[in-house]
Design a binder for this molecule. Sequence first.
Ligand code: KIV
Ligand code: ZN
Length: 523
Amino acid sequence: MSANRQIDTMDAQRVRIFDTTLRDGEQSPGCSMNLDEKLQVAAVLEEMGVDIIEAGFPIASNGDFEAVCEIAARVRNATVAGLARATRKDIDRAWEALKGAARARIHTFISTSPLHMKYKLQMEPEAVHQAVIDSVSHARNLCDDVEWSPEDGTRTDPDFLCRCVESAIKAGAGTINIPDTVGYTVPHEFHALITMLRNRVPNIDKAVISVHCHNDLGLAVANSLAAIDAGARQVECTINGIGERAGNAAMEEIVMALRTRHDVLPYTTGVKTELITRASRLISAITGFSVQPNKAIVGANAFAHESGIHQDGYLKHSQTYEIMTPESVGLHRSTLVMGKHSGRHAFKVKLAELGYGDLSDNAVEDAFQRFKDLADHKKDVYDDDILALIDDTVVRQNDRIRFISLQVVCGSTGPQTAELELEVDGVPKRAKATGNGPVDATFAAIKAIFPHETRLQLYQVHAVTEGTDAQAEVTVRLEEDGRTVNGQGADVDTLVASARAYVNALNRLLLKRERSAPAAMSA
Ligand code: KIV
Ligand code: ZN
């Protein structure tokens, strides 16, 4: 085989990773991010080697528009995509946000299934077909790189789908993305659908076929892999699988399946898998959506061997029970033991070892101070403790409301009382409140300082490590007028962790109040 032919063959097997954590992931309930958080996510995605970053839906809100502009201005290697419905207004706004990018892509979509056309769009198929041509042509006049998606593609009539795909390519779309919007398809059916498009659409060779799978039946990753096997060469996915309802296909699962089972899935991606754990932790810290312990690739137990038989086999030869190494996803068996005598230098070395070598000086200093406090209370400071501190520190950098201190009186005789100090927009404020138990009193004190009407939907505590001196990691979910937000907090004192988590959720709610996207825009 000639060298050129070899490169062509390798390229033919290359799957582009289109990450939509910042768009489809971010628009799901409780997952909103502020500008700074979005920039952190975009930076990690770029460092990972993701091919396309879908940065947002610019017409949805000014916040989305600004975030897409800023990400477009900063990202140099990946393509930055912005979503637009099939209208000139949406497409113009997307282009306005994207035009500063080194590589920009307009991603435009319209529903094509009978159900969506009749009830959601209230349009006849002919009008939808014309909108496909008009929207793609308009986008292509602005931007060389246009992606088109038939929303609810898997429930679309195959003849109509082929016709729309052909017209979109003729109008200038270089990527045709087939969404399984409601997570309805199954692997062999999706394989057949992609095969049909490749066989029936005469100009299909002029476009890259992409797939976008939702996880309502838990099949998003399996469906994406089946589509790759049928010829799709772009997959749309999110970190930790976050997204509408049951989420989107999880990037880490697709990428690691391709890497680990290269023997039967001979495709490659450009993703540096060693950054997976870091990206996963960042998303979880920012959104407050903790990863279930048994989640593939990034769950806390994904590389843990508990049962005696497994441990015995693993110790004799790691591959007996390990199909991929922890290091391949960025989990390090750490060497440096931390304690109260560890100084700044050792702390920085530890951060680098854990994949956080590039934190700002302020973030390192904040985290170091909290580490010192923790080490005063806790004999052994484990990697998970430090990671929990980092998550907590990184997430809070732009908060309007900050936790300062908490004193709680509790016990069996009551009343339980909380004395709390917060800083609101830079101004220190104090309050004292009682409640049905110390958590209730703490939350009442927060309400006294910063009055608000929300419903507490979830209060959850888990220990970061083992032992009675373990840090508590608390998750709080608040709901206000149908908007939900998650907050997280960590501390050796469960009540302090609870206050931090509640305050974190409140900060997210303030952000969400500022930007409320019209419901019809969710895709
Ligand atoms: O799920 C979906 O159909 C989408 C499209 C906009 C690609 O998110
Ligand atoms: Zn989607």
